[in-house]
Write a protein that binds this ligand. Structure first.
Ligand code: CO
Ligand code: CO
Length: 320
């Protein structure tokens, strides 16, 4: 369920301070001369180690600030857990992971709230600032832009396979190190090279977040499946029937906005719909910015993949 889409329907009145309301990666509010960015994200455990899970949660939560072109400043933790099942030492490790990752992002944890919950959940609400002339809106793309992705897909399929016992922890290492990677450099590179639009690929998969970029715009996004980077083993796992429920839900929900060429299999479509945790940025960049983007990305040792382009259209995502 897309809470932001429902919120956008419910909130009818316009507040003068709101620069970006529900529906984007984060909300932006102008307070005097400062544009404040705010977001919240909660996830359930995807790795066994509490420190690592805390760090991934933090990277995932600050990602929405980076997806707006912002700088994270502070965070509040939200924790749901059963106090009979988890000792304070586990929670300490979880929070240490989150605090360390926030520190790397230049932000600090300044509080939080916990609640008794049968199912373990952890998340962060993050506040940041952004230059209001340089906001990376999700729907700010223009026809002629090229489309860049900064992390390969597959965290949903790999973590599901691990939960099902189909792969060992070792095979999860690539996904874990990618989920721990902040989108800080991706955001900086997008801003410095003149991009106006970006979003992070998270729960709705590449398909869902690409459709969000074209929503209500007279644009189509055209993506070449063979150019989309995918983590090791993901294609084999998908072919053997491993895909989280979220991938199926995303495909069912967003397929109405998409056109798939006939040579793409059901597995290919599920990979394109795979919900990502702490996924990469999907950036729409004017072609003239590419040289600069490449220069900065090389300097920062940030990998990236050109996966498609933005053309005039009717708000569809075309995969071929
Ligand atoms: Co987002
Ligand atoms: Co989010």
């Amino acid at each position: 369920m897309d809470l932001n889409a429902i919120l956008a329907d419910v909130i009818k009145c316009k507040y003068p301070g709101v620069i970006v309301g529900p529906g984007d990666d984060a909300g932006v509010y102008r307070f005097r001369d400062t544009a404040i960015v705010e977001t919240v994200d909660i996830i359930t455990p995807i790795v066994d180690d509490p420190y690592t899970f805390g760090a991934i949660t933090a990277a995932n939560s600050v990602s929405d600030i980076y997806a707006m072109g912002g700088t994270p400043l502070t965070a509040l933790a939200i924790l749901g857990f059963s106090s009979c099942d988890f000792s304070p030492s586990v929670i300490k490790k979880l929070l240490a992971g989150a605090t360390d990752k926030l520190k790397e992002a230049g932000a600090c944890l300044i509080g939080g709230h916990s609640i008794e919950d049968k199912e373990f959940k952890f998340g962060l609400s993050v506040t940041g600032k952004v230059d209001k002339k340089k906001i990376l809106k999700a729907n700010g793309a223009s026809a002629g832009d090229i489309l860049i992705l900064t992390k390969p897909l597959g965290t949903g399929i790999l973590t599901s396979a691990h939960k099902l016992g189909k792969i060992k922890s070792m095979s999860l290492e690539e996904a874990v190190s990618l989920m721990l990677e902040l989108n800080k450099n991706a955001s900086k590179t997008a801003l410095l090279s003149g991009s106006h639009a970006a979003t992070d690929v998270t729960g709705f998969g590449l398909l869902g977040h690409a459709s969000n970029m074209t929503k209500g715009a007279k644009l189509d996004i055209v993506i070449s499946y063979k150019k989309v980077p995918v983590m090791n083993r993901v294609k084999n796992l998908a072919a053997s029937g491993v895909a989280p429920k979220g991938a199926h839900n995303n495909l069912n929900f967003f397929c109405k906005n998409a056109t798939f060429s006939k040579n793409l299999s059901k597995e290919d479509k599920l990979i394109l719909s795979d919900p990502q945790t702490s996924g990469g940025l999907l950036i729409a960049l004017p072609e003239k910015g590419l040289n600069k983007f490449d220069r900065i990305a090389r300097r920062e040792k940030m990998p990236y993949w050109i996966i498609g382009e933005v053309i005039k259209g009717k708000g569809r995502v075309v995969f071929f």
